[in-house]
Design a protein around this ligand. Structure first.
Ligand SMILES: C[S@@+](CC[C@H](N)C(=O)[O-])C[C@H]1O[C@@H](n2cnc3c(N)ncnc32)[C@H](O)[C@@H]1O
Length: 237
C-alpha cells in the first residue's frame, strides 16, 4: 500500500525543489473548474489544498490521505484555512457523507504517465486489482452526476539523482515487474542515506483504464490548452 511515513518529514523539501509545480497544478484545476465542492484523494502534506484554499476561500474543500504523518503536516499547514476538512482514510475504505462536483488526485492514489506520443497509462499506489476496483467504485459514489474526476499527469519515470534545496541529494530507482513497477526513493546527506521508501505500483493500460472508468459511469473529456496537469473524466451516469 502507498504508505509515505518514511518520506513524510522530507516530502515538502523534495517536492518544492522542482518535483511538482503547485501553482501550475492549481492553475489547471481553476481552468477545469470552477468547483465549489472539491475532494483531493491522497492530499499528502496539503501543498495543493493550501494553494487552492488561498485562491478559493468560500469553496468547500476536503482532503483524504492514508498516511498519518503526512496528514499531521497537512493539518498544521492548513490551520489558517478552517474551511478545509481533512480525514485519514484509505480510499479502498472511503467513507464520506458528501458528494463532490470534482475529485482529483495529483501524484496521489492514481495518476497518468504520458511519454511523448505514446498512449497514457494509469499508475496506481494500490498494488492489487481488487483494491483498485473497490477504491474507484467508492470514489465514483462520492462524485455528483455531471461532476469531474481529474487525475494528474506525470512524465516518464526513470532513475536519477539530483540535489535539492536543503543541500541533500534526492534519488529514485525504478524496477519494472509483471504488473507495474517498484519505485525506490532515497535521500542522501553527504553520501549518507537519511531516508528510503519503497512503493509497489500497479499499471493499467489506456484501454483498461477507459474500460474500468467507463464501467463506473465516467467519460474521458479531452482537453486543449492549459498546463496539461490533469486528464479529465466526467461522470455521465
Ligand atoms: C506523492 S504523494 C502526493 C501528495 C499530494 N497530492 C501532493 O501533490 O503533494 C501520494 C500520497 O497518496 C497517499 N496515498 C497512497 N495510497 C493511498 C490510499 N490507498 N488512500 C489514500 N491515500 C493514499 C500517500 O499517503 C501520499 O501522501
Amino acid at each position: 500500500m502507498g504508505d509515505y511515513t518514511n518520506m513524510s518529514s522530507y516530502y515538502d523539501v523534495i517536492m518544492t525543489s522542482g518535483y511538482y509545480d503547485y501553482a501550475e497544478i492549481v492553475d489547471d484545476l481553476d481552468r477545469l473548474g470552477p468547483f465549489d465542492n472539491i475532494l483531493e484523494i491522497g492530499c499528502g502534506t496539503g501543498l495543493i489544498l493550501e494553494e487552492f484554499g488561498r485562491r478559493h476561500s468560500t469553496a468547500s474543500i476536503t482532503g483524504i490521505d492514508l498516511t498519518e504523518a503526512m496528514l499531521k503536516l497537512a493539518q498544521k499547514r492548513l490551520e489558517p484555512f478552517p474551511s478545509i476538512k481533512l480525514a485519514r482514510q484509505n480510499v479502498v475504505e472511503l467513507s464520506l457523507t458528501e458528494t463532490y462536483d470534482a475529485a482529483f488526485s495529483y501524484g496521489g492514489v492514481w495518476y497518468f504517465v504520458i511519454d511523448g506520443e505514446k498512449e497514457p497509462f494509469m499508475v496506481s499506489h494500490i498494488p492489487d486489482e481488487a483494491g483498485n476496483l473497490i477504491g474507484l467504485t467508492k470514489l465514483a459514489g462520492q462524485i455528483a452526476s455531471g461532476g469531474m474526476l481529474l487525475l494528474g499527469i506525470q512524465g516518464p519515470h526513470f532513475d536519477y539523482e539530483k540535489p535539492i534545496s536543503n543541500g541533500m541529494t534526492y534519488a529514485q530507482k525504478i524496477t519494472p515487474h509483471d504488473y507495474g513497477f517498484t519505485k525506490h526513493y532515497y535521500l542522501l546527506d553527504e553520501g549518507r542515506k537519511v531516508m528510503s521508501q519503497t512503493i509497489d505500483y500497479r499499471i493499467y493500460s489506456w484501454a483498461q483504464t477507459l474500460q474500468m472508468l467507463g464501467d463506473l459511469g465516467f467519460t474521458f473529456v479531452p482537453q486543449s490548452g492549459g498546463a496539461g496537469k490533469f486528464l479529465a473524466f466526467r461522470k455521465t451516469q
